[in-house]
Write a protein that binds this ligand. Sequence first.
Ligand code: 13P
Length: 254
Amino acid sequence: MPARRPLVAANWKLNGNRDSNARLVDELLSGLDNSLLVEVLVCPPFVYLSELAARLEGTVVMLGAQDVCAEAEGAFTGEISAAMLREVGARWAILGHSERRALYAEGDDLVARKFAAAQLGGLTPILCVGETLQERESGRTLEVVGRQLEAVLDHCGVAALQNAVVAYEPVWAIGTGKTATPDEAQEVHAAIRRMVAARDDRIGGGLRILYGGSVKGANAGSLFSMPDIDGGLIGGASLKAAEFLDICCAAAGQ
Ligand code: 13P
């Protein structure tokens, strides 16, 4: 099994402003130990990418976007392309977040096209998958997560997963304070890895799979200790520097 470097990604969602962003990254930078064996990434709203790129240049903290357009250019009012995001400093893009799927009707096909567009434009996709409470309670978790993942595998091919990250975010755990137990999360992470490994063993083994959904400093250690959980995608707790730093330390096993 190849070693998978832990990754902790902050999804700030629709939060922050110039002043609070600057404060937050400065606190992160002063608290992050450069020798920490973990990759750290922040995903602010689009409009702040440029100035945060300048602030983060030469530091250990990387920058990502929260979404990307499936098209490269043209008549798509309000959209932002992968090349534009890359030009202003983003290197990663969250795709298929459950809030985009549920509130903006993004289906598996669109998410798969966004995945391809992100890679074509030089961004590393963080593909979000996850089931609703109703789907979990009706025993359909692996079917739903499998369908979301297979859509990308079918559209882009398994080789595309070499340069991507998957985030398992059970919808019922997002922003609710309810976290999947380490065993519940591990079961789904292992299934995701098996699905990819069924197409290519090496790529499945090397794929980083993050857990997201009410991760905090207090529960991060037990989640990240599971064999197939390679880090986290953090919402609410990423807006508080001390809490986010605790999560980064937990991912680094410290
Ligand atoms: P919370 O950590 O606030 O539950 O959000 C998780 C999430 O949606 C990250 O993308």
